[in-house]
Write a protein that binds this ligand. Sequence first.
Ligand SMILES: *[C@@H]1O[C@H](CO)[C@@H](O)[C@H](O)[C@H]1NC(C)=O
Ligand SMILES: *[C@@H]1O[C@H](CO)[C@@H](O)[C@H](O)[C@H]1NC(C)=O
Ligand SMILES: *[C@@H]1O[C@H](CO)[C@@H](O)[C@H](O)[C@H]1NC(C)=O
Ligand SMILES: *[C@@H]1O[C@H](CO)[C@@H](O)[C@H](O)[C@H]1NC(C)=O
Length: 696
Amino acid sequence: MHSCFARMKLFPSPGLGSLSTAGLILLRLSPVLSAPVAEDGPCNKLAGRSYAPPLDVLACYKSFPFNETIRQNVLTVLDRVFDFFSFENYYLDSPPPFEGSTVDIRANLARINSSVYETDYDFHKDIMEFTTSLNDGHTRYVPTCYTTYQSVIPTPITSLYDPTTSTHSIHIAPNSVELMTLMGDAFTSYYSSPEVDFDWKRLAGAKVLSIDNIDPYDYVSKIADTYTGNYLDHGVRVNLVYTSYRIAANTWSQRVGDLAGPIDATREDLPMRLIPIGATEPEDVRIPFYALFIGLPFTDHQNFWDTNCAVIESTNGVDFKDHFPLPDPDPEPSPEPTPSTDPSDPDPSPTPDSQRRPPRRHMKGSVLDPSLHISLDLPEPYLPTIPSSEGSQFVFKNYLLPDNVTGVMYVGSFGGNFDQFQLDVYLAVESLKNMGAKRLLIDTSNNGGGYICLGQYLWAYLSASTAYPGFDSTNRAHPLAEKILSGMIGFGLDYGWSYYAADNWAFVNGTRMNKKFNYLTNPVTDTVNGQPEVTSLRLHETCHNAFVVDRPKTPPFDLSQVAIVGNGACGSTCALFTTLMRETHNTKVAVVGGKPGEPIEYKGMAGNQVLEWWDLDSELKTSGAKADPLAPPDLLVRADFRHNWRIAYSRLEPEKPVAYRSDPATHRFYYTKDTFANPQNLWIEAAKLLFDTDSE
Ligand SMILES: *[C@@H]1O[C@H](CO)[C@@H](O)[C@H](O)[C@H]1NC(C)=O
Ligand SMILES: *[C@@H]1O[C@H](CO)[C@@H](O)[C@H](O)[C@H]1NC(C)=O
Ligand SMILES: *[C@@H]1O[C@H](CO)[C@@H](O)[C@H](O)[C@H]1NC(C)=O
Ligand SMILES: *[C@@H]1O[C@H](CO)[C@@H](O)[C@H](O)[C@H]1NC(C)=O
């Protein structure tokens, strides 16, 4: 019991939008909260309610005055965490086609330091918009306080191609009635109430002529550039503004999209000019937003702040040395680790070991998807009807297409259970082959990444290769990073305690580093956009140690008969996987959707390892570096500031980060009314495009 409690305190459940589904609000179980106590304070009338009109939420958000102490604290944390941010200098001048993601980080911090804000919300909103503008889902500041509501309209949109006229247009999703009815009575009855009285159901499928009085594609671009973030490529961000299918909480789901479901409360409604199905004349409507509460339940105004905004114990990191005994000093360090220090080894004696060292943390490469908070099922008529294979219960959904030769493996995430993922790859491949599959289509739509080593596992399995799957990588060398690493070495701490410890890595020749090796003492200096960029030696992953399910001796499918399809929202570990397939097997990758006529990349944002604020702060505390004057202080508000800590370099251009190497989709197609929310139809079209042509 005691160790369980310590573990819960030590490892806070991940913040907003993490891949974990622990924080999902399942609308089927809409919570009944305690009744509000009405007093003064704009948040009072929101207490105990699952929904609120967005302007009431905004009034609550704006009721906390600007506080200079909080500004200095948050900006100091940002400033010093950005020292670790591996892409900082790349942002000064992002190369085409990513030039829209050019940001002078330090200039923004200085601007925010000297701006005048009336409220704490105004300050935090500015920081959120600034970090979102990096378009890097690994690197974002997320205050819990101002991400407690998601504004929703019952009219998600998509871009549809009409093959009979060869034209593209924005539409209200044709399945919006089936989809948005799943929000439940509390949502739909708001629209039918006398004071709102808005008939949204008749708008399903309507052709949209303008949004907020501008061209609908321009409005979509605006949302993609100001709200969506996460992905360097504009075309990929455009796809996230539309509604799209995905796997969430291990089941088929439909994301409402960033136009219809922003984690934001700034607009009361959205004007659109549209032509409903069956009508001939355009009409103007204003579609009201209704804001769903996704924060922590509160009872009154002050309690909103105390519960959702004030710092809590798990906001900041911990010194693991306070919780676990230091390991015995290692009298004779050997260059090769003994088997018991191998991160792959299933722990033979879990109980004693879990008291001896911190719980195991696999390295993570993922982008945020705050929209995971609303998990609507993909409505029944759109679910695949073809036979599915084994290994489909969790993050995979696998099927055999009606041609009886194309197996589909939909990889919804590289997260979930680390070992189960490997087992499911094995089960899916074996089972699809037994069903007759001769070729494999891998769908990566809305896969935000997960565990770095699972991306490498899928590559290694399909390639039947024992070669090093991954990339060269580096982290940044600077005085504080060096203090962390030398602190860990001084305490004799290894990979079980620290992401900095050298035995997390191998040299490029494959020899694993000893935990006492300091890979930052002879840093490498390069020039990036005119700035000196000082990094570690090139590091290799040691993922093969974590592979528990054997790979086949020969590739299970002819590698020329393996292809990838997706909506481009394939982030981090997912992008590393697709890049590996492209760079080693020249795999064809088709991307659907995006902005008509604009090129689109198949990989969205290929960073590498992410550290949450809690992770980095625990490195600082455990190594003793927290006392350094360069170290960021503890946060005074409840928030996360995650950053991309390690870069992966392309195998084809070793000096270039994978993230900045443009690689457009080899094949491009567009959603139609038959494919936009219908994975089976989409796969059939993709298989024709990718397999039934001789080109490429
Ligand atoms: C500003 O915030 C700090 C840190 O939370 C708090 O201690 C202080 O009381 C606040 N100041 C005001 C005027 O509310
Ligand atoms: C903000 O500006 C003030 C005045 O120049 C300075 O003292 C302070 O250190 C700055 N804060 C940060 C976080 O850089
Ligand atoms: C695929 O297999 C099913 C079941 O055996 C069969 O009914 C169907 O005709 C096959 N389809 C093709 C295209 O061969
Ligand atoms: C690999 O490289 C490291 C660092 O250069 C070196 O110490 C080690 O001996 C090499 N291992 C092999 C097997 O060559």
